[in-house]
Design a protein around this ligand. Structure first.
Ligand code: FAD
Ligand code: SIN
Length: 534
C-alpha cells in the first residue's frame, strides 16, 4: 500500500497547479490515467480571463461573470476567483508560462489581451491560439523538476475509500483510493488523508464534443458513489463553433476568433445573430449555441459558418496559427474560405459541490477545476473563466487542507483498508458490449439531452440509462476491471446525473433550455440542483 501526504487525481491545469502548491508542504502523488499531457487543459485555445488592463476592473469582470451565469453564480466565489486571479497569473509566469505581449503606444510591452463572448472588455491572456499547450507544458516541466512530486501515468483512479464506505458511522472522511495500474492490470490501495480530485469534465458523454477522450466524468462519478453532494449537472455548455468536418470531429474554433472580428453567418452569407441577441456574435455561449441550433433546424443545413477571410492573411496567421494549420490539413484555407461549424458539448458547469476552497462534503476531499462546482459559473460559464478557476481554487484547496488537516497526525493509518478483491472476475470476453453501450449512451445524450430539451425526451433518456446502468454494473462485478470498463461505468453514472438534474429543473435558465418550461421560474429565488446518493 502506498502512502502520501497528498494524492491528486489528474494532470490538467487544476491538478498540476495543486501539486506545485502541495509540494511546499509534503510528499505528493499525481495519478493520471493516460500520459501527463493528456487533458482538456492542454487543448485550451482562447486563454485565461483575468483583469490586467487599466481600462478594466475586478467589478467589471465580476459583473460579466454574473450576467453570463443567469442568476445562479455564487457571488462570493466569483469575487474571490476574479480578485485572486492576477496573483495566480503572476505565479504561472514565474513557473515559466509565456503569454503573448505587444508593444503599447508608449513603447513598453503589455499583454496582448483578446476578447470572447460575454466579456465587455479585452481581458483574455493567451499564447497564440494554443494557450493550454503552453500552460500545461510549463507546469508539467515544473512538476517533473520537483523532488516532492511523483507523477504516475497510466494509473486510473477507480474509487475513493472513505470511512463511510468502510462502515464507520462517525464523520465521513477520505482515506485514499483504489487505483488500477493500466500497464500491469493490478489494482492497489493508495492511502492519504488529503485527496484532491482534478479529473476534469465529461464532454465524452455526448456524441459530438470538443473534449479529448479523457473527459468521461470519472471524478463526479467517484464522488457520487462515495456519497458527496453533486450540483447543477444539467448545465452542460455547448461551444457554438466546433469544426464541422468528417476528418476532424472534435476540433474547436476558438471564440477569440469572433472576438477578433470573425462573422457568424448562414449558408446565405447573412449574419443571423442580431436576430437573436443585440450583443450579436459576442453574446454569451448559451445564446449563440441555441441560435445556431435554431438556424440549423430552420434551414435544414448541416452547419453554419464562421468567416474571418475578410481579415488580412498575416493577421489570421499571427493570431490563429494552429487553427489555420489544422483546417489546412483537411483542405480548408481559412484566410480565403468560410469555416463550417456546429455546436458541440464543451464544458460541465456543475460537478462535485464545493465551497470556495474546493472543499467537498467529505472531509479531506477537495475537488478543483472542471470537476468541481464552486458557484463561479452558475447556469452558464463565461468564456476563459475555467482555467482561472483551476489556478485559484487549487491554491486555495491546498491552503485550506493545511489549515484543517495539518501534516503529522495521519488518520488513514488507523483504519484498516482492505485490499482490492477480484473474486471470481474473469477477463472481459466481449469488448463489443462495452463499445456498444458506450456509443448508445453518447447518441442518446446527444438526441435527448442536448441544447434544447423536453420533459418527454428527458424521461426517455432516464429510462434507457437505468437499463444501461444495470448492464454495466453486471459487467463491473463479473469481469476484471479495465480502463474501458471503468470509463463506461463512469460515463453512465455521469449521464444519469445530468438527466436527473435536468428533470428536476422546471424552468429554462442559462444552459438548461426546455420547451416544456421555456422561461425563468421567477416565483422563487434561483436555486442550485443538489443531488446525493445517501
Ligand atoms: P483537465 O485539464 O481535463 O484534466 C483532467 C485530468 O484528469 C487529465 O489528466 C485526465 O487524464 C485525468 N483523469 C480523469 N479521470 C481520471 C481517473 N479516473 N484517474 C486518473 N486520472 C484521471 N477554458 C479556458 O478557461 N480557456 C480556454 O481557452 C479554453 N479552451 C478550451 C478548448 C477546448 C478544446 C476544451 C476542450 C476546453 C477548453 N477550456 C478552456 C476549458 C478548460 O480547458 C477546462 O475546463 C480545464 O482545462 C479543466 O482543467 P482540469 O484540470 O479541471 O481538467
Ligand atoms: C475558446 O477558445 O473558445 C474556448 C474558451 C473557453 O472554453 O473558455
Amino acid at each position: 500500500m502506498r502512502e502520501y501526504d497528498f494524492i491528486i487525481v489528474g494532470s490538467g491545469a487544476g491538478g498540476l497547479s495543486a501539486a506545485l502548491h502541495a509540494a511546499e508542504h509534503g510528499k505528493v502523488c499525481i495519478l493520471t490515467k493516460r500520459t501527463a499531457a493528456e487533458s482538456n487543459s492542454s487543448w485550451a485555445q482562447g486563454g485565461i480571463a483575468c483583469v490586467q488592463s487599466e481600462g478594466d476592473s475586478i467589478e467589471q469582470h465580476v459583473s460579466d461573470t454574473l450576467v453570463a451565469g443567469a442568476g445562479l453564480c455564487k457571488e462570493e466565489a466569483v469575487r474571490t476567483i476574479v480578485t485572486e486571479g492576477p496573483q495566480r497569473i503572476e505565479e504561472v509566469i514565474n513557473w515559466g508560462v509565456h503569454f503573448d505581449q505587444r508593444e503599447a503606444k508608449d513603447g513598453h510591452l503589455e499583454f496582448d489581451l483578446t476578447r470572447e463572448g460575454g466579456h465587455t472588455k479585452r481581458r483574455v491572456l493567451h499564447a497564440r491560439d494554443a494557450t493550454g499547450k503552453e500552460l500545461t507544458e510549463k507546469l508539467i516541466a515544473a512538476v517533473k523538476a520537483n523532488a516532492n512530486i511523483e507523477i504516475l501515468e497510466n494509473h486510473f483512479a477507480i474509487d475513493l475509500i472513505t470511512t463511510a464506505k468502510l462502515g464507520f458511522v462517525s464523520e465521513d472522511r477520505v482515506l485514499g483510493l483504489y487505483v488500477l495500474d493500466e500497464i500491469s492490470g493490478e489494482v492497489a490501495a493508495f492511502r492519504s488523508d488529503r485527496v484532491i480530485l482534478a479529473t476534469g469534465g465529461c464532454g465524452r458523454v455526448y456524441l459530438y464534443t470538443t473534449n479529448p477522450s479523457i473527459a468521461t466524468g470519472d471524478g463526479v462519478a467517484m464522488a457520487w458513489r462515495a456519497g458527496a453532494a453533486i450540483s447543477n449537472m444539467e448545465f452542460i455548455q455547448f461551444h457554438p463553433t466546433c469544426l464541422y468536418h468528417p476528418q476532424k470531429r472534435s476540433f474547436l474554433i476558438t471564440e477569440a476568433m469572433r472576438g477578433e472580428g470573425a462573422r457568424l453567418i448562414g449558408k446565405d452569407g447573412k449574419d443571423f445573430m442580431p436576430k437573436y441577441d443585440k450583443r450579436g456574435t459576442l453574446a454569451p455561449r448559451d445564446v449563440v449555441a441555441r441560435a445556431i441550433d435554431t438556424e440549423i433546424k430552420r434551414t435544414g443545413g448541416p452547419c453554419v459558418y464562421l468567416d474571418i477571410s475578410h481579415k488580412p492573411r498575416e493577421f489570421v496567421l499571427e493570431h490563429f496559427p494552429n487553427i489555420y494549420e489544422a483546417c489546412l490539413s483537411v483542405g480548408l484555407d481559412i484566410t480565403k474560405e468560410r469555416i463550417p461549424v456546429v455546436p458541440a458539448a464543451h464544458y460541465q458547469c456543475g460537478g462535485v459541490l464545493t465551497d470556495v476552497n474546493g472543499a467537498t462534503s467529505i472531509r479531506g476531499l477537495c475537488a478543483v477545476g472542471e470537476v468541481g462546482c464552486t458557484g463561479l459559473h452558475g447556469a452558464n460559464r463565461l468564456a476563459s473563466n475555467s482555467l482561472l478557476e483551476c489556478l485559484v481554487i487549487s491554491a486555495r484547496a491546498v491552503k485550506h487542507m493545511m489549515q484543517k488537516l495539518p501534516l503529522g497526525r495521519p488518520v488513514a493509518q488507523i483504519y484498516d483498508i482492505p485490499a482490492w478483491k477480484t473474486g471470481n472476475a474473469v477477463d472481459v470476453d466481449e469488448l463489443v458490449v462495452i463499445y456498444h453501450n458506450w456509443d448508445e449512451i453518447r447518441r442518446l445524450m446527444w438526441d435527448y439531452v442536448s441544447i434544447v430539451r423536453t420533459s418527454k425526451r428527458l424521461q426517455r433518456a432516464a429510462a434507457r440509462l437505468r437499463n444501461l446502468k444495470r448492464e454495466v454494473q453486471e459487467f463491473y462485478w463479473n469481469f476484471k476491471v479495465t480502463s474501458e470498463l471503468l470509463e463506461l461505468r463512469n460515463l453512465v453514472e455521469t449521464a444519469s446525473l445530468i438527466v436527473e438534474c435536468a428533470i428536476r429543473r422546471h424552468e429554462s435558465r442559462g444552459l438548461h433550455y426546455t420547451l416544456d418550461y421555456p422561461v425563468l421560474d421567477e416565483s422563487r429565488p434561483p436555486a442550485d440542483t443538489v443531488v446525493r446518493r445517501y
